[in-house]
Write a protein that binds this ligand. Structure first.
Ligand code: ZN
Length: 305
């Protein structure tokens, strides 16, 4: 999970406003329902019966208690049934997340998966990156007899079993060999669970690093937390981005080094050969992205998209 107080509080505020809206909807719904004559009649009748019953209990009028209690029960039943009938039409309470009713947490106090997604969106907004439509493993057309199927299985398992101690992945190969598909599908799978996973094209990441460079001190601390504590980041097509002097290389090296020291995995895809990567980014950077905790996979052959 992204470890930053500023963003966490922002996410809490999002849920507070969702709750306020839900309460308002409920209030409006109740008012709408009271416009229904039958509902309105039963509601007031029920209120009156409850008062009568309380009085009877208070004054010990045993002869009325049973009758009133039965009437109350019957009215409650009528109200429930009518409410069910009426709310089936238009006034049903609608939540963006049916799991937590837009509360952001579950009955046991743990965070709902939608909270992680909210945090991811807020983080992307903060650093000036957009949300991508990610691919899905189910879109893949490989058969178990295909040469590439083993890789598919391996990467799908990586995504299924992802944890913060997962290895880094380096996908190397020509354009159109499925690197983006796999990086994107893994990220998609991981972000469905309780993780903050961020996907960037190398160009976008370059822009994010520039934003980081230009940010004030306070913002810089938020950038740092987002980029180093997100559970997984993907940098797709490294080598296609323009290099900004004193920004791209320094910040990239910094972020990657910090992620390695904090055991936070990354996935990098590139069509550059190891020699070209080393020339473009320097030996220090190359040894980090291709270090002992990185699984390197070669991509050859047909397009998987
Ligand atoms: Zn939820």
């Amino acid at each position: 999970m992204i470890n930053n107080k500023h963003l966490y509080n922002q996410a809490l505020a999002v849920y507070e406003s969702k709750q306020a809206k839900a309460n308002e909807r409920e209030f409006i719904n109740e008012r709408k329902l009271l416009q229904n004559e039958e509902y309105s009649f039963i509601t007031y009748e029920l209120k009156a019966t409850i008062i009568d019953l309380e009085k009877a209990l208070y004054f010990g009028k045993a002869d009325q208690i049973d009758e009133l209690a039965q009437k109350k029960q019957s009215l409650e039943k009528q109200k429930r049934e009518l409410l069910e009938k009426l709310t089936k039409k238009s006034t049903r309470q609608e939540f963006e997340c049916e799991i937590c009713s837009d509360k952001g947490n579950l009955a046991d106090g743990s965070l709902c998966s939608c909270f992680y997604q909210t945090l991811t969106s807020l983080a992307l907004d903060f650093i000036g990156a957009k949300k991508h439509n990610l691919s899905d493993f189910s879109q893949n057309l490989l058969k178990s007899t295909d040469r590439e199927y083993k890789k598919f299985e391996k990467l799908q398992n990586y995504a299924k079993n992802f944890s913060t101690s997962s290895k880094n992945l380096l996908f190397v190969g020509e354009a159109g060999t499925g690197k983006t598909f796999f990086a994107s599908a893994i990220l998609n799978e991981v972000s469905k669970k309780n993780f903050n996973a961020l996907y960037f094209t190398a160009c976008e990441f370059g822009q994010v690093l520039l934003n980081y460079h230009l940010a004030n001190e306070y913002e810089k601390s938020v950038f740092y937390d987002i980029l180093t504590t997100a559970d997984l980041i993907v940098i797709d097509d490294l080598g296609t981005e323009p290099i900004l002097k004193n920004v791209t290389l320094e910040y990239l090296l910094f972020i990657i080094s910090e992620r390695i020291s904090q055991n936070k995995p990354f996935i990098i895809t590139t069509n550059l050969s190891p020699e070209k990567l080393s020339t473009r980014y320097g030996q220090r950077m190359f040894s980090r992205i291709n270090g002992k905790n990185t699984v390197k996979l070669e991509f050859i052959g047909k397009d998987l998209r």
